[in-house]
Write a protein that binds this ligand. Structure first.
Ligand SMILES: *Cc1c(COP(=O)(O)O)cnc(C)c1O
Length: 467
């Protein structure tokens, strides 16, 4: 990890109390008292009721983004004479309540494990609107999905063709499947997230795909829907998608010569703003470029435009979510390597257990004081957790008011994606509650873990009648 004093994108804020609409939930404001309110609920009253750390989600913002993305892709598809299916990528942030919202809003959902499948079903999503992913689905997961009538299984390997066909045959069903292909498109993103490069575990190569689709077509119990491509995550560049369209439509054309290929799934990966100054394209920009590329390529290959499918996750869930923490120990660390500049280390009561992304992907986040406005000037700060790792960082580079003090409530922006879903009990910390706020009221959709929960599966603890 290169520890520069501050990266070039970080600018000293002109107003430490500012709330940047680019990153915070739509209904988050700093009220006249100086305190942050989300959908009409004050930060301090959320903390009084639910404690910290706390995941807070602006429910109407989540709903608006989900609906907005669905509409955008449907319109873009309609503009080229086809339709679009939009799947919310469940791994991003999933509880049965969120699945319920997704269902109400008419989106489909993607899952990648038995647990995610159960959450979707618990949210009343009809099985036929579920897409099932994963590079190593168990035979049990496959059998359960087939038996429930899952809408599509995304086959990720040659071996999985036989597995899905066997499950479908055993239940005398015809299972719809897609084939995940590895287009080789290098999306402009962090290495670990770039899932379409060749030297990685997902999908099958473009070269192998025709033979594998022929194999799929040999099974009466399988129905081939089309190819699936997911080129990465947190993508800002539209070129990667356009290139993926070129490659997948060429393959799609080839496959169409030997049987029907009704759909083309182009995955997710649409990037969002995490910090002031980020300029993620709007999903409208992505959708328009993709639609034009699909139209051009289909025309070139003289095939009809297939039904399109998309799988946005982060774009829906990231910005409606924030995390609230209570500041504890604060240290001014003098940096000899940087002309004795001072970085304020603000320790909070959570950390890499509730947000692993900074440690895992060197992700950047943005924080503010949520419990009050400050008259102090900005100070270079780093928000760190309470875990026993120096890499336990939540916000690596930011400014906070110089008077930030123990007991202040901090809010970190855009934590709605890949935070709760990646959370752990490292250092035996209990996982935070998830609270949905809407029109002035707050309700827990997942309660906070208790110490008793931590030991619920600890055999000796339970045998001794503790807790
Ligand atoms: C993770 C994932 C997505 C969602 O990616 P985002 O970057 O959150 O939009 C979509 N499709 C597949 C197959 C995925 O693995």
């Amino acid at each position: 990890m290169d520890d520069q004093l501050k990266p070039s994108w970080l600018h000293e804020p002109s107003d430490v109390n500012a709330v940047d609409q680019n990153v915070w939930p739509r209904h988050l404001v700093r009220s006249s008292s100086g305190e942050i309110e989300i959908a009409g609920v004050a930060a301090r009253s959320l903390v009084a009721e639910f404690g910290t750390p706390l995941y807070v989600i602006d429910e109407d913002d989540f709903r608006a983004r989900a609906t907005g993305v669905k509409t955008v892709f449907e319109r873009a598809a309609a503009s080229i004479g086809t339709s679009a299916k939009v799947y919310y990528a469940g791994k991003v942030f999933l509880t049965s309540e969120i699945a319920h919202w997704v269902n109400e809003l008419g989106l489909n959902i993607d899952v990648a494990s038995g647990g995610e499948f159960a959450a979707a079903i618990a949210g009343s999503i009809p099985a036929e609107r579920i897409g099932y992913h994963g590079n190593n689905k168990s035979t049990r997961e496959i059998a359960r999905a087939v038996s429930a009538g899952v809408g599509a299984i995304v086959i990720d390997s040659e071996a999985e063709i036989e597995r899905v066909a066997a499950a479908a045959a055993a239940q005398d069903k015809v299972q719809k499947v897609r084939l995940r292909v590895n287009t080789g498109v290098h999306a402009n993103t962090h290495d670990y997230l770039a899932t379409a490069r060749e030297d990685q575990k997902f999908g099958v190569s473009m070269t192998d795909a025709p033979a594998l689709v022929a194999r799929i077509r040999e099974f009466n119990h399988l129905e081939f829907l089309g190819v699936h491509s997911h080129i990465g995550s947190q993508i800002y560049s539209r070129d990667g998608f356009v290139e993926a369209v070129r490659r997948t439509v060429a393959l799609h054309t080839e496959l169409s010569k030997h049987g029907p290929v009704p759909e083309l799934n182009l995955g997710g990966g649409f990037g969002v703003n995490y910090k002031p100054g980020d300029e993620a394209p709007s999903v409208t920009d992505f959708a328009e470029d993709i639609a034009i590329a699909v139209k051009v390529e289909c025309h070139k290959h003289q095939i009809s435009v297939p039904v399109l499918a998309f799988e946005p996750g982060r774009y829906i869930a990231a910005n409606p979510g924030i995390t609230l923490y209570t500041a504890g120990t604060i240290k001014d660390v003098t940096l000899a390597d940087h002309h004795d500049a001072v970085r304020k280390y603000v320790s909070v009561d959570g950390g890499m257990s509730d947000n692993a992304r900074t440690a895992l992907y060197a992700a950047d986040y943005h924080a503010i004081i949520a419990s009050r406005a400050s008259q102090a000037s900005p100070a270079l700060a780093r928000v760190v957790g309470k875990h026993c790792e120096s890499g336990d960082i939540l916000v690596r580079y930011d400014y906070l008011p110089a008077d930030v003090t123990s007991g202040d409530i901090l809010a970190v922006a855009a934590t709605g994606a890949y935070c709760y879903s990646l959370s752990s009990n490292y250092n035996m910390l209990t996982k935070p509650a998830v609270v949905a706020v809407r029109s002035g009221s707050a309700r827990a959709i997942v309660r906070a873990e208790t110490e008793a929960d931590l030991f619920a599966r600890d055999v000796r603890y339970q045998a001794n009648g503790n807790g």
